[in-house]
Write a protein that binds this ligand. Sequence first.
Ligand SMILES: [Zn+2]
Length: 338
Amino acid sequence: MTVVAGVDLGGTAINYTLLDQQERFLIDGLCEHPALSKQGPEVCLQQIADGLKIACERAGVGMANVVTVGLDTPGPASAAGLLSAQGSTNFVHADWAGFDIRGGLAHKLGKPVSYLNDANAAALWGHYAIFGADSRHTSISIIIGTGNGGGIILDGNVVKGKNGFGGELGHVLIPYQSIAGTSGINPLCNCGRTGDLESLCSLTAIERNLLPYFLPRYPGHELAKLDSHQAAKLVRGLADKGDALCKEIFRMQAHALGLFFDEMVNTFDPDALIVGGGALEASTEFQRWFINEIRLGMPAQREEQVDIPIHVIPNGDTAGARGAAIEAYKLAKDSGLL
Ligand SMILES: [Zn+2]
C-alpha cells in the first residue's frame, strides 16, 4: 500500500491526513497533535514526526508506506518553505527566522516534502473537491476568516509566485465605491491599503470597518451595547437569523466579493469560483442567499461566462491537511513514486 500524507501545522495544533493511490482519504475529520511551535524548530519538527506516526497507526498503514509528505503552515514563507526572516505570529521563537521548514521536515522524516502556505492548501482542497487531483482546471478560492486568504489554481497548479505571495487575494484593491449604500465608508486594511478585499470581507473588516459604519444607522441595535470585537463575532449568526443590520453587513461583503470575482473572471476566465471559511459556516439557506448576493454584486458578465459556478468549500477544519496531501500526491506522481 502506497500513501501520501498531509500535515497542517497551525498555531497550536498539527492536523494530519493520509491519501491513498485511489485518491481516498484514510482519515475522516481531525487527527490532531500539539504543535509546540513556540519551543522552536527542533521540538516542533519532532512533534510533526511523532504525530505522523500516530496518524499512520490510526489509519492502519506503516510509516514506510508514506512516500511523500505535504506540509502547510501559516505564512509568510517563500514558495519553497523558507519562513520569513522577519518572523511571524505563529513562529515567534528566534530559531524560526529564515528557517527552511520544508527542508527541515524532509531531513527529519527522510522523505520528499512539498510545501504550501495554509491559504493555498485550503484553496487546493476546494479545487480538488470539485475537480479531482489530476485536473487541469482553473479556480479562484476565497477563504473568509479573521483575515481573508485565498488561492489561485491555474491549469491544476497552485500559483505560488516568486516570493510565495501568489494568491494573497485579500490585498487586491476593489472598486468598493460602486457598492450601493456605502457612501462615506473608509475601509482600511492592516496592510495599509484602503478598500482591498480583506478591508471589506473578513471578521476584522466587520469589527473595524463595517460595524462602525452600519451601527449608527440602526439606533438601539443590540450589538451597540457590546465591544466591537465581541459584537463582530455575533454578526454571522444574527445575519443567518435574518437580523437586518447583520444581513446588510453580509450583503456588503458579498457585493465586495462580487466585484473581486469579476476582476478574476476577466483575468483568468476560470472554471470555478470558490468561497469558504468561517463566514460560510451557516445554514444552507444563508449560503444560498450569500452566493446569490455575490452574483448580484458582479457587473454584467459576458454570455459565455455567466454560468461560471460559485461553490462553497466543504470540510473547513480539515481543508489545510487535505490540500497539503494533494500537493504531496502531485509530488509523488511527478517523482515516479505513485
Ligand atoms: Zn490589505
